[in-house]
Design a protein around this ligand. Structure first.
Ligand code: ATP
Ligand code: MG
Length: 427
């Protein structure tokens, strides 16, 4: 029988790449923790209906990309293609709004979309996202954009650009929609097929068509900014002034739109110049209409999602995986020594060291080679002689210095050993 392989568009993530994932997760957790966001973990599958209403049936995600099936109880179910719908469903169902004030939530995990796999585009991929629910203040928009840029900055990523737009409120958009259709109609025959179909249903989406000819035409379309009412304009100006005050540079991009009615005001993307076609690492904006659309109380909200695969690609371009954090590699040979080595490794781990035990039983020479490759700071060696005398040899792997100790000495005065190890790691 042929070996079973991972499905197209899915990946196993393991060492050394996994270290970059852990690095991203640590930075995300740290930045969001310091900004007082609470993690929320929602189910990976939900009723299909949630995504149809929450993302919109006219979108590519819902019309072409969802992993949907009926379960054994004939329920229509979908593997989540994004995180906002589930978070908002939980916000409504768990009555988080009843706690009053603003809810700041974040999530991370796998998402599923049936797409053509390419670098930075998979069928199972991962996002981290935030949702701030219950504030229509422009400062909330700025806060979430600021946190996204902080995360990317703390990861050391460069060559990023923030694209910014406002899609106003429902009324602004209706006026703009009319103007846009009037502009596009004479070019209808030159638009790509999808865009022709959207001209009646969802003309704003034509602006972010990937088709070159359509893009040329869209370039000269009227700009939504010119159709914003006074309040929308004030909101957008406040966002821009605040970003400028924070030294966060941005480019206004009037083609950055979301087609659906519950998207309001700020829309933004952060793109990288180092990712080729899949350039967007972060997409977000305001969605003041979504909570009500899904049956909750009128609630203003703003958020974003970052694609983690794309971050990891960028990190891999920057540097090799972060170095090992192993303290000791334990080597032993002979029955008594092997028995002693398990106990010593266990006690050292319990005391707070990171320890790898060689289980091979092979010749010392081979075990030493593995110790060198392990990235450990020091090797602990137990042979027949050491086992008999409750001793251990400690070999510092960088300097090759060696000393013989009582095993108990390693466990006494742990701080001193930790200091020695961290000095050796920095050397
Ligand atoms: P794209 O235009 O690249 O398809 P999108 O508009 O569908 O992106 P969003 O739904 O806004 O993307 O998701 C936010 C982020 O999640 C994207 O900017 C991207 O970094 C990441 N992302 C989306 N789809 C995928 C995928 N199939 N594989 C890997 N990452 C993805
Ligand atoms: Mg997409």
């Amino acid at each position: 029988m042929a070996n079973i392989q991972a499905l197209r568009g899915t990946k196993d993530i393991y060492a050394p790449e996994i270290a970059h994932w852990q690095q991203v997760e640590a930075v995300v957790r740290d930045c969001l923790g310091r900004a007082a966001y609470q993690e929320i973990r929602t189910p990976i599958f939900e009723q299909t209906d949630l995504f149809e209403r929450g993302i919109g049936e006219a979108t590519d995600v819902v019309s072409k990309e969802m992993y949907s099936f009926t379960d054994r109880g004939d329920r229509p179910i979908t593997l989540r293609p994004e995180g906002t719908a589930g978070a908002v469903r939980a916000y409504i169902e768990r009555k988080l709004f009843a706690q009053g004030g603003v809810q700041r939530l974040w999530y991370t995990g796998p998402m599923f979309r049936y797409e053509r796999p390419q670098a930075g585009r998979q069928r199972q991929f991962h996002q981290v996202g935030v949702e701030v629910l219950g504030s229509d203040d422009a400062r909330a928009d700025v806060e979430v954009i600021g946190i996204a840029t902080e995360i990317l900055q703390k990861l050391g990523l460069k060559n990023l650009s923030l694209q910014l737009n406002s899609v106003g409120n429902g009324e602004d958009r209706q006026r703009y929609r009319d103007a846009l259709v009037e502009y596009l109609t004479p070019f209808k025959a030159d638009l790509d097929q999808d865009s022709q179909d959207r001209l009646d249903r969802n003309p704003l989406r034509i602006l972010d068509s990937k088709d070159q000819k359509t893009q040329e035409i869209a370039k000269n379309a009227p700009s939504i900014i010119d159709y914003l009412g006074d309040r929308s304009k004030a909101h957008f100006e406040q966002v821009q002034a605040s970003l400028t005050a924070l030294d966060i540079t941005y480019t206004l991009n009037p083609c950055l739109v979301r087609g659906l009615d519950y998207y309001t005001h700020t829309a933004f993307e952060i793109q990288s110049n180092d990712l080729g076609a899949q350039a967007t690492v972060c997409g977000g904006g305001r969605y003041d209409g979504l909570v009500a659309e899904l049956g909750g109380p009128e609630t203003a909200a703003v958020g974003w999602a970052i694609g983690l695969e794309r971050l990891v690609i960028l990190l891999q371009q920057l540097a090799e995986a972060p170095p090992s954090t192993l303290d000791f590699y334990v080597v032993s040979r002979g029955e008594a020594a092997e028995a002693a080595s398990v106990i010593l490794a266990h006690k050292l781990r319990f005391a707070g060291f990171s320890v790898e035990l060689d289980l091979s039983g092979s010749a010392f020479g081979k075990q030493f080679k593995r110790a060198d490759r392990s990235g450990a700071i020091a090797c602990l060696v137990i042979g027949d002689h050491e086992a008999e005398n409750d001793q251990v040899q400690l070999k510092w792997l960088q300097t090759k210095e060696q000393q013989t100790l009582a095993q108990s000495e390693l466990l006494a005065n742990i701080e001193q050993w930790q200091q020695k190890i961290s000095r050796a790691r920095q050397a």
